[in-house]
Write a protein that binds this ligand. Sequence first.
Ligand code: ATP
Ligand code: MG
Length: 564
Amino acid sequence: MAANGERKTVAPDQRCAIGLTFGNSYSSIACTIDDSAVVIANEDGDRQIPTVLSYVDGEEYVGNQAKAFLVRNANNTLVSFRDFLGQDFKSIDPTHCHAAAHPQDASDSVAFSVQDKAEGDASTLSVSEVATRYIRRLVQSASDYLGKQVTSAVLTIPTNFTDKQCEALIQAANNADLEVLQLIKEPVADVLAYDARPEAILEDKNIVVADLGGSRSDVAVVASRGGMYTILATAHDYEFAGVHLDKVLMDHFAKEFMKKNKDVDPRENARSLAKLKAESESAKKALSIGTNASFSVESLAEGIDFQTTINRLRYETVARNVLGGINRLIEGVVKSAGLDVLDIDEVILSGGTSHTPKIAANMRNIFPESTQIQAPSTNPSAINPSELQARGAALQASLIQEYETEDVDQSTHPAVTTVAHITNAIGIVSVGHDGEGFSLSSPPETAVPARRTIHINGPKEGGDVLIKVIEGNTHIKVTKPEPKPEKKDEEKDEEDSDFSDEEEEEDKREKVWKSGETLAEAAVRGLKKGSKVEVTVNVAADLGVTITAREVGGKGGVRGNIAA
Ligand code: ATP
Ligand code: MG
């Protein structure tokens, strides 16, 4: 066991590293085989392992086996504890533990009281101890699968984890005898998993990563520039997530049950509620694959069995508030990044709730056609959203496991998330005697230092060209549809009823470049006929800009510096 505050480290040649996603609802473990990431099934055959521990007669159960005990051993079943790590009791939201072991105040941190031994009194377990026991089981499953002891891992964390939460997570992992190679942010793990595919084209792009989990939805806008990722904006929500979809189904099925069995509400009895919840979650998952799902519980309440079905349309209707909340969350974060939906090249749907076809369909409607929506129902080659983060973490682990722990410097790896970047784009305007040309050198949010070289055609007949380096940005141009030609008065009257149709014709929205301040000008003189000018813009880490312009193949050139 690592002493408090001391980090567990393993020599690089002794390591066996995995990627680990430890969520409040589910967790996953992954490794790499021949450079591609594989999510590992535990001994029950599960790749999404419920983050649940349960104690029965001194025996510890984990995952789906433990989750099943929520019906008859709720008090000794631990759920939804990940976010409690490193938090004061006062600042936690205990809602999700309502029908399980209750969190308690333990001198400002969080603890649980459970009967974890066959005999004697209940034990008080700190949340750190609970996390350690759970992580130990995940590591054991991974070690069994790999046939050797797993020593190290890259773990994923939400973008709003505080330093204290990160520290508590590392400590909990270390206490489970697991070295933490690095903590990477969940949206970065998602992007890594996609960018690691052999067919991935690594071009500059803006990505929305929507991580829709069980108890929380986290959205991030990520700028990918030259293999560097910058998080531009994030949003976190605890009202519109998987459990809220379970809840609408629970209410739906409870009402159906009450239609047949007057005055028996299965939500009023703890055991009935637990059965209702488990079966509602199963029906919800089934509705992601099929258009119908059955709901069947033996002895749901007062010994009465209950069977019914629900179709997807009905589900989407009862769930519309939650689904609408998810839409608003995603639209909001694009705005808070200072962007428009037209600026988004890709939407990555991650987390279990992202299997929901309606959510992907809503994204398809919100974003323009040019935006790729990475979700199973809109793109057959999308990666399983439940596996993305563990895969990303495993890929990162395989990249860095050869380094000494102290050399695993955040800034030397693609997991970089906070680097300096230019806010405006830099563009090049060339003015020759046959007109003006424009090229974009660096889009906004390009991480610095950055160096971009572009070639511009010189004037057809040769001569002089003026190169202007300008700062600028794109803005959204809205064009109203062409007004229909004026009609004669009598025609107008007749067509009054059609008028509303015309009104509904949508405005055309497009991105257009808007030039700002000129940063530098340079004249390249005496170009040969048909020659090209090479312009290199170099933005240093301190945002100082150096520009060189020269004729391709020619001698000399012009060079200028602009201080930051
Ligand atoms: P959190 O930390 O937010 O509680 P998590 O990150 O631990 O969640 P995820 O595995 O991302 O968990 O998401 C779990 C949620 O996804 C659960 O509500 C689960 O019911 C839901 N889910 C899993 N698979 C599907 C599916 N096929 N269709 C719809 N929902 C699903
Ligand atoms: Mg999650």
